[in-house]
Every structure is written in structure tokens, then in C-alpha cells.
Design a protein around this ligand. Structure first.
Ligand code: SF4
Length: 438
């Protein structure tokens, strides 16, 4: 059957969709070509904010419009959190929860047997003109009971591979639904990840991005530790580099930072969720560190890796973020020697503790205004980081994308550079001098 996969959200979702698609192709299914109507459409959704839910619904309508006869399956975080809401959307045939997502192969086998049984002699798409019934079927097990870890690594583009090293989270920050969507923190054995990473490198990947929900919590279900994992991944054979996609500040120890600084393959690139620069708000959020600890981590990184790129997750407009807290927040952010901010505007999420707290609500307009303030600060910090690195000797990994006769790549410290397109350079490392940014 022809399959169309659509993925929204984080690196973890892309790694999972890529692994599932690979398994379906190995089972004899084929990817629907651009513009071709597919027999089965699968949408892997995200639900980190209200906006994400809205984008999921838009995508469901678009995929249905483009594939009027296909079987439409919706899975992922939104499906786990709001299966009923999705089932009410016209045109959805099946809603599969997070755990059921990993049983897609068997599920599609069943669909195929049913279809074959009904009309064995028909052409592929015709088999599905009569979609099962108007009733959308939901299969969604309670996520807190899920113990299984389903491994995944993406191999969609030649250069980069997203390697899933951990899933779920036990932190239950008061504004967050991810533990309700992905379940408890769990991980596979270090040995299985080392094997997958070596496979990806032998398969041609030059960059591996360690992906998960709370990566620093790796080892919770196997008794191993994140520092051991990165040591093992630094000792593989081949030409490669590794990026840690994100790590909670309280789990980003000096030991991990020092190891990255002295490692052979780990990039001096950190992505650290701060979420607020006010200790009062960090407490309301249920975060497990203070802004002082966060500043220490950043200072230590900049001491042992002055050229490191540091990206920071910032949430604005949460309940209880009073004017005073906001002023503290902005002052703190401006004091940090970081390279970029990823700004999220708070949106109320069902079943989160913050909704039960008696706190000041920040009006939507004000949330948007605060988001603009942090975006402006972020643009300034990134410009400053690029300026400081003009003339810096770096190693770029050239990618396959081509635009206006140019090709692009990122240095180890995450500076985007370009050069005239040269097919022989695709997926290769090159030592360069960082040019002034346009
Ligand atoms: S650490 Fe907090 S914000 Fe991050 S996924 Fe876990 S509960 Fe959500």
C-alpha cells in the first residue's frame, strides 16, 4: 500500500516517524509520491501548546482534503491527550495513542487483511473507496501504565540522524502536559544505543543528535547514567560529531560539561531549558533549580568552552508572572552570555497543576508583548555571538540542500555558513574561517 507520513513537533517525533516509515517500507509498503493520493495517511502530532493543537487540526483537514479516499490515522501527543476531540474531526478513521503508535505495522497488516478479504481483485486505492464507517475508532492505552521503550533513529537526510535515547518524564512541571502525553521517564540499554549510533555512522550519518523528552534523566529505567552514555558514544569508529539536543539545567553537571569540552566528537553546543529568569516563577512552575544554578552552568560552559553556542528555552506569560517577576526575568536574561532564546508563550493546558493554583493571570496581549521583548533580546544575542566569531577557525559539516547556487552547513558551535554549491562537498566536514554574517 502507499503510505504518507506527516510529522509535527519535536526531534523525537521525527525520529519515531522515520523509524516507523522505514519499518513499513521494509514490510513492502511504499511512500506515496508528491501529489499522489495515498492509501493510508498517518499524522504524528504534537501537543506542547494550544498553537500546536491548532496546527494538528489544520494538518488533519489538509491531509484529508488531499487524500479523500485514504484511511486517515492520527497518532502522537495530541492523540494521547485528546483522542475524543480528534475523533470528532470529520474524516479521521483511527486515533492511536502513543503506545499504539509503535504497533502501526500490525495495525496496518490487519487493515490490509480486512481490505483484501472485502475486495481482493480491486486496484490499490479503490480498495478504500468505502472508508470503514463514519465512526472514528480510538485505541489509546493509559500512558502512565506504559513501561515499554520503543527505540528509533531517523535517517531521512544524509547528514543528520536523530537518535532517540530516552522517552517520557517524571518531573510534572506545573504548566506541562508532556508527562501526560509520553508517560514516565524510561530508556533502553546503553549497549543498544551504542549499536544504533554505530549503525547510523556506518550508514553514512555524520551528525547524531541525541533526542528525548528529559535526556539528562537517561538511565532511570536501566540504572545507567547519561555521563556513561556520552562517554561510550564518544568512542565509536568513523568520522562523526554528536549534539545533545537538550538537557535540564539541574541534570547538566559540571562533569558532563567538562567531558564535552575534552571530548573528540561532542559539539560545543548546548540547549538548556530555563523557562523563567525569576525564582518566584521557577517555584510556581515546579522547576528543579534556581536562576543562580542556571547562571553557574552557563558560566562554567563559557569558562571551559568560550566558543560554545548556548540556546535557552524561555516561557513567557505563565500565571503568577507579575510585573516585578517579569522585570527580574528580563534583567536576568540580559545578564546571561547565551547565544539564542527559544521563546514559548504560555497557554493554559488541561489537567495541569498550574490551573489549580490561585495566581495572577497574564492577559494574552501582555503575553504577546513579553514574547516580542524576548525575541528582540534573542536576535541581539545571536548577532553578537556571530560577530564575536568572525574569523574564527571552525569545522563545518556541509549539507545537501541547495538554494540560489549555494550550499549550507553548520559549524560545531552552530554557526550557519554557506559556499557555492559543490556536490562533492555534501555530507563532508571542512575546516573554514567563519566569514562575516550577511
Ligand atoms: S521537564 Fe518539565 S517541562 Fe520538561 S517535559 Fe518534563 S514536565 Fe515537561
Amino acid at each position: 500500500m502507499t503510505i504518507q507520513f506527516t510529522t509535527l513537533g519535536c526531534k523525537l517525533n521525527f525520529a519515531e516517524s522515520s523509524a516507523l516509515a522505514k519499518a513499513l517500507m521494509a514490510r513492502g509498503h511504499t511512500r506515496a509520491k508528491q501529489g499522489e493520493e495515498a492509501d493510508i495517511c498517518i499524522i504524528n502530532t504534537c501537543s506542547v501548546t494550544d498553537t500546536a493543537d491548532h496546527k494538528d487540526r489544520q494538518m488533519i483537514h489538509r491531509v484529508r482534503r488531499q487524500n479523500p479516499h485514504a484511511i486517515l490515522i492520527v497518532t502522537g501527543c495530541y492523540a494521547q491527550l485528546q483522542p475524543g476531540q480528534i475523533a470528532e474531526i470529520e474524516g479521521v478513521d483511527y486515533v492511536l495513542g502513543q503506545n499504539e503508535k509503535f504497533h502501526l505495522l500490525e495495525f496496518i497488516d490487519e487493515l490490509e487483511q480486512t481490505a483484501n478479504a472485502v475486495r481482493p481483485s480491486c486496484g490499490l486505492t479503490d480498495r478504500f473507496t468505502d472508508r470503514p464507517s463514519d465512526d472514528c475508532k480510538i485505541s489509546c492505552s493509559p500512558i502512565r501504565e506504559v513501561e515499554d521503550f520503543h527505540g528509533a533513529y531517523s535517517k531521512d537526510d544524509r547528514t543528520r540522524c536523530f537518535l532517540k535515547v530516552q522517552d517520557g518524564c517524571n518531573y510534572f512541571c506545573s504548566y506541562c502536559t508532556i508527562p501526560l502525553a509520553r508517560g514516565k521517564s524510561r530508556n533502553p540499554s546503553m549497549a543498544s544505543l551504542v549499536k544504533q549510533a554505530q549503525e547510523a555512522i556506518d550508514g553514512g550519518a555524520k551528525e547524531i543528535i541525541l533526542s528525548g523528552v528529559n535526556i539528562g534523566d537517561f538511565g532511570r529505567s536501566t540504572g545507567e547514567h547519561f555521563i556513561e552514555l556520552i562517554r561510550a558514544l564518544d568512542a565509536l569508529t568513523g568520522e562523526y560529531r554528536i549534539r545533545i539536543s537538550s538537557c535540564e539545567p539541574n541534570l547538566l553537571s559540571d562533569e558532563i560539561i567538562d567531558f564535552v569540552a575534552g571530548s573528540r566528537h561532542f559539539a560545543p553546543h548546548f540547549h538548556i531549558p530555563l523557562q523563567s529568569g525569576s525564582n518566584t516563577v521557577l517555584k510556581i512552575m515546579g522547576r528543579r533549580y534556581t536562576r543562580e544554578l542556571f547562571a553557574e552552568r552557563v558560566a562554567h560552559i563559557k569558562t571551559v568552552m568560550p566558543h560554545a553556542f548556548i540556546g535557552v528555552d524561555c516561557m513567557v506569560g505563565v500565571r503568577g508572572e507579575t510585573k516585578e517577576c517579569w522585570t527580574e526575568y528580563v534583567d536576568f536574561i540580559e545578564s546571561l552570555p547565551v547565544s539564542q532564546l527559544h521563546v514559548f508563550t504560555y497557554s493554559e493546558r488541561a489537567n495541569t497543576r498550574m490551573l489549580e493554583m490561585d495566581l495572577e493571570v497574564v492577559p494574552l496581549k501582555e503575553r504577546e508583548r513579553r514574547s516580542k521583548v524576548l525575541h528582540a533580546i534573542s536576535a541581539h544575542k545571536t548577532e553578537q555571538f556571530y560577530k564575536e566569531h568572525e574569523g574564527y577557525e571552525a569545522i563545518v559539516l556541509w549539507e545537501s540542500s541547495k538554494k540560489d547556487g549555494l550550499m549550507y552547513g553548520f559549524t560545531e558551535n552552530y554557526i550557519k555558513v554557506s559556499c557555492p554549491y559543490d556536490r562533492t562537498k555534501v555530507n563532508t566536514f571542512e575546516r573554514i574561517t567563519v566569514p562575516p554574517q550577511d
